[in-house]
Design a protein around this ligand. Structure first.
Ligand SMILES: NC(=O)c1ccc[n+]([C@@H]2O[C@H](COP(=O)([O-])OP(=O)(O)OC[C@H]3O[C@@H](n4cnc5c(N)ncnc54)[C@H](O)[C@@H]3O)[C@@H](O)[C@H]2O)c1
Length: 263
């Protein structure tokens, strides 16, 4: 893994108009990076870019033509992209009855956005022998998110893609890391359903805390960036005692059902 010096580095953050992405953009700019700020929401992207002296390139991170434009514009502006943060994500909630178009959109934003970005990044990165891909996944990608099937499934997909990227290109200067927090106090968290909030509990981090944690983790050789340290132990239990893990998750689900329908 090649250590990343952020001073003067060219950085792109998708979904950087609010929440974790905005906090990352601000933190990287403070460390001396030149930051390109993407968001679906043009006003939010411009606001953050103005605040940090970055360049706003609004657009849909899930659409390949829009990602191609983002990466081309960023390369033109930055020279080369040293760090790409695939951070944009959505959490629609819901189980198997979630409409198919919502499953599709969640898959596009939470997974295919990363695939499209990598398609346009990896070739030039391999040629120069250097490139850093940071995917904002979620603890839901390592564990599960009770009450939210499309989110759980798509975040597992994002994790699997990042693992594949690392396994395929680590020997050629490509660094891949995944950010997997539990609850973070953002618009997504505020809009999430009550059951999900109950599952996430009290340990809700501020986006700035998560950004600080990322700063301390870039280039530290660890694939998993875990601002909530308890996630590592839970992930180990899931891997080594899967049945006990699933029973515990089912009990959480039952508790949520009971709290939704008190006697
Ligand atoms: N908040 C949490 O508790 C939490 C926990 C774990 C992981 N995450 C992940 O963190 C990432 C950021 O979420 P957040 O909590 O900061 O939410 P947020 O809603 O505050 O920010 C997400 C931003 O992404 C933008 N966005 C959505 N779809 C987009 C698209 N297709 N193209 C470009 N921009 C798009 C939104 O406009 C928004 O500004 C997501 O991938 C989310 O799954 C969040």
């Amino acid at each position: 893994m090649i250590a990343l010096d952020l001073k003067g580095a060219g950085v792109v953050v998708t979904g950087a108009g609010s929440g974790i992405g905005a906090a990352l953009a601000r933190r990287f700019a403070t460390a001396g990076a030149r930051v390109v700020v993407n968001d679906l929401d043009t006003t939010l992207a411009q606001h953050v870019a103005d605040e940090i002296g970055g360049l706003a390139v609004p657009g849909d991170a899930a659409a390949e033509d829009s990602i191609a434009t983002l990466i081309e514009t960023a390369r033109h502006h930055l020279g080369e992209i040293d760090l790409f943060c695939a951070n944009a994500g959505i959490e629609p909630g819901g189980g198997i009855d979630t409409p198919t178009d919502v499953w599709d959109r969640t898959w596009q934003v939470n997974v295919m956005a990363h695939v499209h970005a990598a398609r346009h990044l990896i070739g030039p990165w391999l040629e120069r022998g250097r490139g850093h891909f940071l995917a904002t996944v979620s603890a839901a990608g390592l564990l599960t998110h009770v009450g939210s099937a499309p989110y759980s499934v798509s975040k597992h997909g994002a994790l699997a893609f990042a693992e594949w990227l690392a396994a395929t290109h680590a020997d050629r200067g490509i660094t891949v890391q995944v950010l997997c927090p539990m609850g973070v106090r953002t618009r997504m968290y505020e809009q999430t359903h009550t059951a999900a909030k109950t599952v996430l509990g009290d340990n809700i981090l501020e986006p700035d805390h998560v950004a600080d944690h990322v700063m301390g983790s870039l280039g530290d050789e660890r694939f998993l960036i875990l601002p909530h340290p308890e996630v590592r132990a839970l992930y180990a239990i899931r891997a080594t005692d899967t049945e006990r893990w699933l029973q515990a998750m089912n009990r959480v689900h039952q508790t949520l059902l009971d709290s939704d329908h008190p006697e």
